[in-house]
Write a protein that binds this ligand. Sequence first.
Ligand SMILES: CC(C)C(=O)C(=O)O
Length: 458
Amino acid sequence: MFGFSKKTNLIERTETEYPLQDVKEPNMFRNLFPYNEPPKIAFNHRLVPINMPDEIWITDTTFRDGQQSREPYTTEQIVKIFDYLHHLGGPKGIVRQSEFFLYGKKDRDAVYKCMEKGYQFPEITSWIRASTKDFQLVKEIGLEETGILVSCSDYHIFDKLKMTRKQALEHYISIIKECIEAGIKPRCHLEDITRADFYGFVVPFVRDLMLLMEETGMPIKIRACDTMGYGISFPGAVLPRSVSGIIYGLNHHARVPSELIEWHGHNDFYRAVQNSSTAWLYGSSSVNCSLFGIGERTGNTPLEAMIFEYAQLRGTLDGMNTRIITEIAEYFKKEIGYEIPPRTPFVGDEFNVTRAGIHADGILKNEEIYNIFDTELLLNRPIKVAITNTSGISGVAHWINTYYNLTGENALDKKHALVEKVKEWVDLEYESGRVTAITDKELSIVVNEYKEKLGFKF
Ligand SMILES: CC(C)C(=O)C(=O)O
């Protein structure tokens, strides 16, 4: 069996099922990543079984990967967002952890202020430079776990670290041992796993980590980082791009229990949400996300999206308060000045706005026809109709009813005189050459004018 050598810090391997392949030349997987062409998706048609863990959850990286990619939040903003995450995730802690930098005084102040809240969830976890000094800092602050970077592709090992695979593995193991000796749980960020040699480096390395876990009794988390967003969720896609293959392999070949596996996705190919759900489905308990997907380059997996993926996969919100999502979006827009693209699912200004007249007609009859779910109930965002040249008279009636909150017998139908007058005004606008949509403000002025002229009150 394996055993840790006191002399070398290394595991002495007597079992050779997955030996480290200490290659002389880096494997850049040029068949998949030619660089001068778009990357390729190849299939070997190997399928692994779906195996969703009994418990799944979300972890948050808004303050780490999120902040890394934008100007820093103020301490006050961090505390406010942390508060929102607590209320959003509910008593079962579906938003289980949130990750914080500890670099500067401002970072640490934010951690202290969030700790003062005394919330069970999200647990506060850290991200540090892997050094003795920083391990002591984690300890002093009173945190239990820290993230440590253990980049695993040859792009990083050979070209960034200028090491061999064996040297990298030895280096990582010695850091992780130091972390454990300091009494802190390591969370190993396997950077660039979707370009790494899975059986030649990832599995041997992670098996060593699992052995270290067994020997020390200290849980070691494995975060599978799809750093460049190359992960593929299609069944039968080849490693290292296959998300299901990576999760299955970590679980079965490297023997990492599901509750210690976390997927960290990026959205470079629009795949972050799909890949995160796939990670859940194939055995990872945890998916790491950031609010609105704010993160490096195209961003991370949007946390709010995974709230709705959770609800769909589990058939329950499990105590999460989804209406908080709209409050968070308002806070980001008004207090942080972050512009959310209007068509962003769940949070954009127009995510449940319809423009087509034929849709508006359907909505007047039953809003379920053109709304994804009761967006008023779940997000405090009633379905809206925007008025353009194609909105039709039903659109105008719906707009007035929503804007002025006219329901039941007070609601105007499309034959109402006021609706007809407003529609005439809209038609005239477009006949005179207008090409833009009519804003709520403009339309409310017109409605108010006709209301007075026609003597209606509401
Ligand atoms: C820096 C690393 C851990 C990361 O966030 C990523 O790989 O995306």
